[in-house]
Design a protein. Structure first.
Length: 455
């Protein structure tokens, strides 16, 4: 395409975006159109373009609160480890344990702790507990994790449950999980050794343990609601250990295989949660309704992105393929501002400046629309908008690491927006998420960014 034709195409896209965007003012009715789109759908997949942007978390919480109050939401499933989220689940359900939300969130110690130990989540968790204490148990909204990084913590949870309920079964589980003793509680060390034949693989042991837990759950007599929840918690931890063992065993073989295993686990966990809520009576109408909180890269349909071209799939794609219109995929974007992120893995979080969106990217296009905050509906509606929004354009993704010096290579990939999401929320300028434990590095922020001038 010539420069003239590209400019003309950009002008057409910009005109269509301006004609269809819905400004957001912070008013109570901001998301009326989005809630109407979600309607009776069972899955509201609410993304984020970074793991450290205050406004993404805040707006996602606002939408979820309305879904709870107006759409009889059953649960929130988040990109977090199952045992840590379960602790929050107990707190929001009013069960014995933590005294406040800050304590309930203290289980999130693994890097990046700020993803869930932050001021927005703290406020939301307290709100959710207050809401739940005012409704019947079967109408309470739970809080659950979807991720699989907690392999050793999940082993401990399985053993703790069996110690309480069946000491003989606990002995069998300890014997199986002893296979991992050589890894010294280090998941990556286990994966490295198992992948290259340096140490023993534990695949058979974790499969046997999950089969026993599944059979135990199927054969159990009628249990009370709380007993059933605790049994499900143990069963899910056993499932996580099996999937995490495979994940860590394959992570050194290539990104695609480990990414696909991780998102397949998230989808499997989500379906297990659906079954648990259906069988426990925590469902309204045609079934439980769940809000899913995760990064855009997990919730936007991978088939419409560069990820899909590389053989990767993700949670949003798997849920959409299985449930069709019953899944509504909502993305977020920003053009500039600040973000909480680290420069490398396991480094402390910092407030970092987010550069202006690259020229020609979706972020740049939305910035040119001249509206600071807006919702763009992509499902149905104007066929011309969907047509031009289905053309490939760069999109930014910041995870827990932000590398502005290699931003194009590290943080941008091509997407077809109209196929990736059903709706997009653009917030032109955003600010860094505030961790509950910010530390000196976060308060200090980063040195003034002068790239590329060097001044």
């Amino acid at each position: 395409m010539t420069a003239h034709r590209a400019a003309a195409a950009d002008s057409e896209v910009l005109d269509l975006v301006r004609g269809h965007l819905q400004p957001l003012s912070g008013a109570p009715g901001d998301y009326d159109t989005l809630l109407a789109m979600i309607g009776e759908a069972r899955f509201a997949m609410l993304g984020e373009a970074s793991h450290g942007t205050h406004e993404f978390y805040r707006e996602r919480a606002r939408i979820t609160q309305r879904l709870i109050l107006e759409r009889q939401l059953s649960a929130i499933a988040v990109e977090a480890d199952w045992p840590d989220a379960w602790r929050v689940n107990r707190y929001v359900r009013g069960l014995p344990g933590d005294a406040d939300a800050r304590a309930a969130l203290s289980g999130f110690q693994r890097f990046p702790a700020w993803m869930w130990r932050n001021t927005v989540v703290l406020e939301f968790v307290e709100w959710l507990r207050k809401h739940n204490l005012g409704v019947a148990r079967t109408q309470q909204v739970g809080f659950y994790g979807l991720d699989l990084y907690s392999m050793f913590a999940s082993m401990r949870a399985v053993l703790a449950y069996l110690d309480r309920t069946d000491p003989e079964a606990a002995k069998r589980a300890r014997a199986r999980y002893a296979c991992f003793d050589h890894a010294a509680q280090d998941s990556q060390a286990y994966g490295y050794g198992a992948s290259f034949g340096i140490s023993r693989q534990c695949e058979d042991e974790v499969v046997q343990q999950l089969r026993e837990m599944n059979q135990r759950f199927a054969d159990a007599p009628a249990m009370s609601g709380l007993e059933r929840d605790e049994a499900f918690h143990a069963q899910q931890n056993a499932r996580l250990v099996q999937n995490a063992e495979e994940y860590y065993r394959t992570m050194f073989r290539g990104r695609v295989s480990s990414w696909n295993l991780r998102d397949s686990h998230m989808a499997e966990t989500l379906q297990a949660l659906v079954r648990h809520l259906e069988e426990g009576g925590n469902a309204a109408g045609s079934g439980p309704r769940i809000a899913v909180w995760a990064h855009n890269s997990h919730l936007g349909d991978a088939a419409a992105t560069e990820m899909g071209h590389q053989g990767e799939w993700n949670l949003g794609q798997l849920v959409r393929d299985r449930h069709g219109q019953d899944a509504v995929l909502v993305g977020f974007s920003t053009h500039h501002g600040s973000v909480t992120a680290a420069s490398d893995w396991d480094e402390p979080p910092r407030r970092m400046r987010v550069r202006d969106g690259l020229r020609g990217s979706w972020e740049d296009l939305f910035h040119q629309a001249g509206v600071d905050r807006f919702l763009l509906s992509l499902r149905g509606g104007d066929a011309r908008l969907r047509s031009v929004a289905a053309l490939e354009r760069l999109q930014r993704a910041i995870g827990v690491i932000y590398r502005p010096d290699t931003e194009r290579r590290s943080h941008y990939f091509h997407t077809r927006l109209a196929e990736q999401f059903d709706a997009l929320i653009h917030l032109d300028e955003t600010t860094a998420l505030e961790p509950l434990d910010p530390g000196e590095a976060w308060h200090a922020g980063e040195a003034p960014e002068t790239y590329p001038s060097g001044k």
